[in-house]
Ligand binder design. Structure first.
Ligand code: NAP
Length: 239
């Protein structure tokens, strides 16, 4: 029986790269998305997976998504909490509404999905949870204060939960990507990207696949003695 992975925010970018890599390695892939139905369905077709629409910031919708998956596939072996949005701007000028939405998706989305999946993992005494943070959650970024704070919360969540559920056979880890070329970073001009690239020791921005490889490793048995860790995949931008 293949392992089942639920990847939130898998219609595009890093989540989609994760879906492709897990599928290439024989996983049954559940592709969660919020709006991009066509992209998610096309990826499901390509990977032999299943596209599931659900706003992860909504606890009831998340509960339904997870119980539907369990009903259909019997288990979730791996949860990748990847769905995220960014908000840029000077701290005090970011609207209350944008601020709330940022935390709702990045932090509460991660908590919601984990809370719903965890009881099934606890029952089996098996599970791998990989949360996607950001290097800005490690260092803090000017004009991305809310985003940095939300991603730091994801790191704190990872560490605490790893301690709590380690004795139950569940690994919880975090990947903190650097600058990765996706829709999220498409707002940068070519000049800005060149400037950022100069700060990256390995001399390039990341590809979504770079992040997927780290996520896949953490989900594998090769990483069975790793928990509560934050793996930076950033070309050396944060050392
Ligand atoms: P992206 O290309 O903008 O894709 C975001 C994905 O999240 C999409 O699949 C989107 O679904 C989904 N999503 C957004 N809100 C959602 C919600 N409420 N419920 C369910 N799905 C939702 O972003 P990305 O660059 O791949 O980023 C993926 C993760 O990596 C995020 O957590 C991000 O913060 C983190 N990250 C990215 C970078 C980077 O440089 N790109 C760096 C560090 C960390 P729809 O298509 O349906 O909208």
């Amino acid at each position: 029986m293949p392992k089942t992975v639920l990847i939130t925010g898998a219609s595009r970018g890093i989540g989609a790269a994760c879906a492709e890599l897990f599928a290439e390695n024989g996983y049954n892939v559940i592709i969660n998305y919020a709006n991009s139905s066509e992209k998610a369905e096309a990826l499901a077709e390509k990977t032999g997976g299943t596209a599931v629409k659900c706003d992860v910031s909504d606890p009831e919708a998340s509960e339904k998504m997870v119980s539907d998956i369990i009903e259909r596939f019997g288990k979730i072996d791996v949860l990748v909490n990847n769905a995220g949005i960014s908000v840029t701007g000077v701290f005090d000028l970011v609207s209350d509404e944008d601020e709330k939405r940022l935390f709702d998706v990045n932090v509460f989305g991660t908590l919601n999905c984990t809370k719903k999946v965890l009881p099934y993992m606890l029952k089996r005494k098996y599970g791998k949870i990989i949360n996607i943070s950001s290097m800005w959650g490690q260092t803090g970024a000017s004009c991305e204060v809310h985003y940095s704070a939300a991603k730091a919360a994801v790191i704190g969540f990872t560490k605490a939960l790893a301690r709590e559920v380690g004795p139950s056979g569940i690994n919880v880890n975090c990947v903190a990507p650097g600058m990765v070329m996706t829709d999220m970073t498409s707002c940068y001009t070519a000049d800005e990207i060149a400037e950022i690239t100069e700060e990256i020791p390995l001399g390039r921005c990341g590809d979504p696949r770079d992040i997927a490889e780290a996520v896949f490793f953490l989900a594998s048995e090769k990483a069975s003695f790793i928990t509560g860790q934050v793996i930076g995949v950033n070309g050396g931008m944060v050392i």
